[in-house]
Design a protein around this ligand. Structure first.
Ligand SMILES: [Zn+2]
Length: 440
């Protein structure tokens, strides 16, 4: 006889194992504690299985929770504050001043909670966040029941929580120390903002610190042409070669954006095993350019999908991001076969997990993996008929997600979030936005 805590059954099961994703017409997943105890076609369901609770997924698709490899959660406060601007003007004239004025531990806590609610309700179960005062963000993620790689932001000018930039590495060290082994779902990490806001010594020390804690290291790199020029003027080489010269490129480093790359840099990233977080909507909105995703994949580089902060997106819905990603590369390369929907689905699940070094526990549905599972209501006009999983990329939206499990916990049930007081979170952020509005 087999016991389990939750039995999800009668759904279309997409495990994301194998190149085709392993679609099972009618399947089940049995969850015990935080992990998947058993799964397969309904015909293989043990007759004597005893489940403490049952989720009937008839008409639904069951799949691994999505992985967002790059966001700045607290920036939900700045959603829609300054649209339609190029990156440097947007950052220097709007975002940095607004951050200097409004970012506080309370702001980061509530705005990260809002981000967590938005992500969980739209099927994202794991996120890589990078921001200031990350302790407050990590607390919000922990309470929300989200799985997160939470990275303390480092920048070489006065920042929220670190008025003197000389203390930025120490502040990150305190954060890593505080969160190591605190919670299974929260992995503390380091996020140096960029090669143009962090000096060479800061980047080197930030990476050293990350290595000391065996933690992932994130940095925005090669995002805009202007950045490439600026780094060339300062150091005589491109941003990627600059980072390589500092000893940054290895398997624990996630390069965010990588829009402007030369072939030699592609080969270098592949040889060093660094990962890339690809954020197509943010790059489109800022007109930063289009990352060479087909070439990155051809080189065997591990790439995940990211929404970036929602001030430059403006939402955290990975379904929308997948849709944009698949279409953008077809348009830019004049070739509809260049990146397939199946490949994009992998970016948002199994490959995203590899980017964050979590692929042994999440990204696919398999026995022994963490029970990070989402259900999608396919019994709707825009998802009918359902011939195959490509529909998830081209027709589905975050709002189609009905149920979400993280670590075996039912965080979203029938489109309602159980771990967050949504009313209070919305009203807190709205109140903060009034102050922002009054100073604009
Ligand atoms: Zn970013």
């Amino acid at each position: 006889m087999m016991d389990c805590d939750l039995l999800i059954q009668n759904g279309l099961l997409l495990t994301m194992n194998g190149p085709d994703g392993g679609l099972i017409e009618k399947g089940f997943v049995a969850v015990t504690g935080t992990t998947i105890a058993s799964l397969g076609p309904s015909s293989a369901l043990p007759r004597d299985i005893k489940a403490r609770s049952v989720l009937d997924a008839a008409g639904k698709l069951i799949m691994p929770g999505l992985v967002n490899t790059h966001i700045h959660a607290a920036m939900t406060l700045f959603r829609g504050l300054a649209d339609d601007l190029p990156l440097m003007a947007w950052l220097q004239e709007h975002i940095f001043p607004a951050e200097a004025k409004f970012v506080s531990p309370e702001m980061v806590y509530w705005c990260s909670k809002l981000a967590a609610a938005e992500m969980l309700l739209s099927g994202t179960t794991t996120v890589a966040d990078g921001y200031f005062l990350e302790d407050s963000a990590a607390r919000a993620f922990q309470e929300a029941g989200l799985r997160a790689v939470a990275a303390q932001g480092i920048i070489d000018f006065p920042a929220p929580g670190v008025p003197d930039p000389a203390g930025n590495i120490d502040a990150a060290a305190d954060f890593l120390e505080n969160w190591r082994d605190k919670n299974d779902r929260i992995t503390p990490a380091v996020f140096c903002h960029s090669p143009y806001t962090c000096g060479a010594e800061t980047i080197r020390r930030g990476k050293e610190l990350a290595d000391l804690f065996h933690a992932p290291f994130f940095i925005h790199a090669a995002e805009t042409r202007q950045e490439v020029e600026q780094i060339r003027n300062s150091y005589g080489i491109s941003p990627i070669l600059h980072l390589h010269s500092l000893g940054i490129l290895d398997e624990k480093t996630v390069l965010v954006h990588c829009v402007h790359l030369q072939q030699e840099e592609l080969s270098l990233i592949a040889a060093c095993g660094s990962r890339i977080a690809h954020c197509p909507e943010s790059n489109m909105k800022m007109a930063s350019g289009c990352a060479p995703l087909p070439q990155l994949l051809k080189q065997g580089i591990t790439v995940g999908l990211g929404t970036d902060g929602c001030a430059s997106n403006n939402d955290l819905d990975l379904f929308g991001e997948m849709n944009c990603c698949a279409k953008l590369h077809k348009l830019v390369s004049d070739d509809p076969t260049v990146v397939s929907a199946r490949q994009v689905l992998r970016l948002a699940t199994v490959d995203g997990a590899r980017v964050l070094g979590l692929d042994r526990s999440i990204g696919t549905l398999a026995v022994g993996r963490k029970a990070d599972i989402i259900c999608i209501d396919c019994n709707q006009p825009h998802l009918t008929p359902l011939y195959n999983q490509d529909l998830l990329v081209y027709s589905a939206r975050g709002a189609d997600v009905t149920d979400v499990l993280v670590d075996g916990q039912r965080v979203v049930e029938n489109r309602r979030i159980r771990t967050i007081d949504l009313e209070e979170t919305l009203s807190r952020v709205k109140r903060m936005s009034e102050a922002v509005k009054n100073t604009e």
